[in-house]
Write a protein that binds this ligand. Structure first.
Ligand code: ADP
Ligand code: MG
Length: 306
């Protein structure tokens, strides 16, 4: 769906992005991860032509974006940024309706779309339709920003550190909401973050940038393998890489029949890392699955994980 082909961007003497090649398949949620200044934003903005490559090309649905009219291109791509950028003097409904109005949808269709999107992002339409941006919390504003980006139903969503300004609890909620919305809409999403935990929560595909170059790309378990390259180890912490990797294995896969266990149980959907944390917290070498005390995850089995 999105293809970067040998893409570079040079700013007098500095390679902000250097010879990056990778694909984001249709319907995928790809996280672009890297330290500040590694070239993530520059790469992302080449998709909607806010930045032009100095070499290589970006294909969207098989077409070089350089051949597309920039305004038409951008109307087909949702774009969400950290500061949200809502128009302060327009209410929530008018903000969300920005692109549909540019596309000259009739008023009834716009109104129905606004309400459907408010529902989708978890804001009650009756309560939020006519609120002004200045009266919203950070999390609510970010939800409106997401609704606005989705308004004309673009197949592609670009998100640049969308949750970085939110407090930790709101941030975790929004990450879960984004996974839900991604599953519900099937959008192709390219999301930039410098936060390794966020990357692991969200990514189907992980692309790691270091000083303008792509140093790893693939499924998170592949990227975080024991043979991960130096920049990936540095980003995740050389001594905590294995711990992060545990978070990618569902605990339920490891569970085996055992004599019934009456200790605290693992929550549904818990990872092998959660299992280890619970074992450490309660001082046991095995913990049961929630709802099934006859199956446990054992400490020794964690050592066999790839
Ligand atoms: P990230 O999003 O990973 O933090 P950026 O893509 O914003 O990184 O920037 C990558 C590098 O390119 C940085 O060193 C930045 O200073 C530089 N850079 C980005 N935009 C410009 C610009 N318009 N002019 C000059 N240098 C730039
Ligand atoms: Mg950036």
């Amino acid at each position: 769906m999105i293809r970067f082909e040998g893409v570079s961007r040079r700013y007098d003497g500095l390679d902000a992005v250097l010879d990056v090649t990778f694909d984001v398949p249709a319907g995928g949620l790809c996280v672009l991860l890297g330290e500040s200044g590694s070239g993530k934003t520059t790469l992302l903005r080449m998709v909607n032509r806010l930045v032009e490559p100095t070499a290589g090309r970006v294909l969207l649905g098989g077409t070089d974006v350089a051949t597309r009219n920039p305004d038409a291109l951008r109307r087909g791509i949702g774009y969400v940024i950290q500061s949200v950028g809502l128009f302060p003097h327009r209410d929530v409904a008018a903000n969300i309706a920005t692109v549909p109005r540019l596309l000259r949808w009739d008023a009834a269709r716009v109104a129905a779309r606004v309400d459907a999107l408010l529902d989708l992002v978890g804001l009650e339409p009756g309560a939020f339709r006519h609120r002004m941006p200045g009266t919203l919390s950070g999390g609510q504003a970010q939800r409106v920003g997401l609704a606005r980006a989705l308004a004309a139903d673009p197949p592609v969503l670009l998100m640049d550190e969308p949750f970085s300004a939110l407090d930790p609890a709101t941030r975790r909620t929004m990450q879960a909401e984004l996974r839900r919305i991604h599953a519900a809409t099937g959008k192709t999403i390219l999301l930039v973050t410098h936060d390794v935990e966020e990357a692991l929560v969200l990514a189907d595909l992980l692309a790691v940038m270091d000083r303008g170059q792509l140093v790893a790309a693939g499924r998170p378990l592949e990227v975080l393998g024991r043979d991960a390259p130096g920049p990936v180890r540095a980003l995740f912490g050389a001594e905590t890489l294995a711990f992060h990797r545990l978070a990618l294995h569902p605990a339920a896969v490891l569970a085996r029949p055992d004599k019934s266990d009456d200790g605290p149980a693992l929550a549904t959907g818990a990872s092998a890392r959660d299992a280890l944390m619970l074992m450490l917290a309660v001082g046991r070498d095995r913990v049961a699955l929630d709802g099934d005390p006859s199956r446990t995850v054992r400490l020794a089995d964690l050592l066999d994980l790839p």
